[in-house]
Design a binder for this molecule. Structure first.
Ligand code: ADP
Ligand code: MG
Length: 254
């Protein structure tokens, strides 16, 4: 029997997925309500994929998790409530957000962008070690240290954005459409690096992606969001295996 669950209320209960727990999350912009009671949980060290059509509320979900958008409901990270905290406070708890469109500071150099990523850190002495760690994952950044971020290719800018997030030594990495606008080869390389980061640092990852095939390829669990509600949850393998279900929810073949 397939492990897919179409009732979001069942998801995560007794599953041992308790590192990030989101329950009854409502969020939006002013009068515009976008999320209508989202619930999901992610285990420590897991990669969780959030899929769904344009406008479903995927970006809003990540923004609500990192404090950029105020919501109602509960969000807990390792037992600590994130509800009502500012983005800065959420970052200090180890949540790094790589926004849609990357959010790199174009006129600043690669190195300056990376150092900014360590803003929430107190252990300044370790920052150089972390720069070296980031260059390990993204050697191309080391060759471009003094170059303005704006002069990098799209793929390099995405690497910089993820590199900057790593400078926080995050416990939870939120990635919003990392493949957007990138060539397939570059996207595959990026996803493979995200997988290495997850495996080597045990960083928990929530990745929002249009490219379901790639996201399901590295994720353990996945959730499909549709008009602000989770309509399908299950293991990435089950979702991948059930072509019909995936096609009916996502509108395309995986
Ligand atoms: N800043 C905003 N102000 C008002 N409405 C917004 C804003 N950002 C997004 N929305 C609306 O919220 C809905 C969900 O958007 P979004 O979270 O960006 O979806 P997705 O990332 O899944 O494409 C859309 O209807 C969008 O128009
Ligand atoms: Mg989006």
């Amino acid at each position: 029997m397939s492990g897919l669950k179409e009732d979001a209320a069942e998801v995560g209960q007794g599953s041992g997925r308790e590192f990030l727990v989101v329950d009854g999350l409502h969020a939006g912009y002013g009068d515009v309500r976008v999320l209508h009671g989202v619930g999901l949980s992610v285990g420590r060290g897991e990669i969780c994929a959030i899929l769904g059509p344009n406008g479903a509320g995927k970006t809003t979900l990540l923004r609500a998790l990192c404090g950029m958008v105020r919501g109602r409901g509960t969000v807990q990270l390792d037992g600590t409530s994130l509800s009502g905290r500012s983005p800065d406070s959420v970052a200090r708890l180890g949540v790094a957000h790589v926004p849609e469109g990357r959010g790199t500071f174009m006129p600043l150099s690669v190195e300056e962008n990376l150092r900014l990523g360590a803003f929430a850190r107190r252990d300044r002495a370790a920052v150089q070690d972390d720069l070296d760690r980031v260059y390990g994952y993204f050697p191309v950044l080391k060759d471009r240290l003094k170059q303005a971020a704006g002069s990098l290719s799209g793929g390099e800018q995405q690497m910089l954005a993820i590199g900057r997030a790593l400078m926080l030594r995050p416990r939870l990495l939120l990635l919003d459409e990392p493949s957007l606008g990138l060539a397939p080869l570059v996207t595959r390389e990026l996803f493979s690096i995200v997988q290495s980061i997850n495996q080597e640092e045990r960083t928990t990852v929530v990745v929002v992606e249009q490219n379901a095939h790639l996201a399901l390829g590295i994720a353990g669990q996945a959730h499909v969001l549709e008009t602000g509600r989770i309509v399908l949850s299950g293991s990435a393998a089950d979702i991948r295996a059930d072509e019909q279900v995936a096609q009916s929810y996502l509108g395309y073949r995986i």
